[in-house]
Design a protein around this ligand. Structure first.
Ligand SMILES: O=C(O)[C@]1(O)C=C(c2cccc(Sc3ccccc3)c2)[C@@H](O)[C@H](O)C1
Length: 150
């Protein structure tokens, strides 16, 4: 059994309340419940954290190095475009991670076109609303199954 960690960046706790045309209507609780069920069905454990504080996300990434976490899924939200600190934490722990976005940042304002994470990520899933998380988890589970088989 693998342990997967899902991290949600700032303002995602407000998901479902505004701008459904951009971010969809699912709440973060809906997303987390679906991911936990998806992971459990594959025999794995999943935990999640949402924070508006950069240091809390950095601290959680650092803790993942020593708590048995095997894969990280992260939607950095606005920190995608600003946080060298969170990037450095992910690089430091050297755990595989997938970058997730509900929207397609590349189709939005120019400042959203750069990510501090994409070059380090196993992959990036964006533009599919809440399904971006589901697709990313499926990819992570496939990767974990492959490494277990190897
Ligand atoms: O598309 C995403 O998931 C993204 O990571 C999420 C973002 C984001 C931005 C503002 C608010 C929220 S969450 C939200 C959405 C609607 C209403 C309230 C909060 C996410 C952006 O900062 C990023 O550029 C893109």
């Amino acid at each position: 059994m693998a342990k997967l960690l899902v991290l949600h960046g700032p303002n995602l706790n407000l998901l479902g309340s505004r701008e459904p045309e951009i971010y969809g209507r699912a709440t973060l609780a809906d997303i987390d419940a679906g991911l936990a069920a998806q992971a459990a069905a594959a025999g794995h454990a999943l935990s999640s954290l949402q924070s508006n504080a950069e240091h809390e996300l950095v601290d959680r990434v650092q803790a993942a190095r020593d708590d048995g976490t095997g894969f990280i899924l992260i939607n950095p939200a606005a920190f995608t475009h600003t946080s060298v600190a969170l990037r450095d934490a992910l690089a430091a722990v050297a755990l595989p991670f997938i970058e997730i976005h509900l929207s397609n940042p590349h189709s939005r304002e120019p400042f959203r076109h750069h990510s501090y994470f994409s070059d380090l990520a196993v992959g990036v899933v964006c533009g599919f609303g809440a399904d971006s998380y589901r697709y990313a988890l499926d990819a992570a589970l496939q990767r974990l199954a492959g490494s277990a088989a190897a």
